[in-house]
Design a protein around this ligand. Structure first.
Ligand code: FES
Length: 124
């Protein structure tokens, strides 16, 4: 019988997360959790797997700590308990970036001064 680790983490290794830390985030997360990706630690308490994108590309690197998303350049520190855990924009502007369609709904004139519908000269 296979025993599952108590703490299961999954780190995104897709493009945006890779680019966010110059490819360093997976090694940082491995050090923070004390486990190599794709394995369980010696005590059997923590496992880490890699996944292809968690949908937090705009604020990566991203990981799941159990079922809780964690994002931002200090991802490893969050997972190690050295930084406040969070998911969203690294500067805390969650709503602005997490739901852009909802935020901008009904804001006519958002592009005022840049382009107007019916402005044929702007389209040419
Ligand atoms: S690329 Fe990492 S969450 Fe999408």
């Amino acid at each position: 019988m296979v025993k599952l680790a108590t703490r299961r983490a999954a780190a995104s290794t897709a493009t945006a997360c890779f680019a966010a830390r110059g490819g360093r985030h997976l090694a940082e997360v491995e050090r923070a959790l004390g486990v190599t990706a794709g394995t369980v630690d010696a005590a059997g308490s923590t496992s880490l797997q890699t996944v292809h994108c968690l949908g937090y590309c705009y604020t990566g690197p991203a990981a799941l700590d159990g079922t809780l998303p964690r994002t931002a350049p200090d991802l490893a520190d969050q997972l190690a308990g050295r930084a406040e855990p969070r998911a969203g924009h690294p500067r805390g502007r969650h709503d602005r970036h997490a739901r852009p369609a909802r935020r901008h709904r009904g804001r006519a004139g958002r592009l005022g001064g840049v382009a107007r519908s019916g402005d044929r000269t702007a389209a040419r």
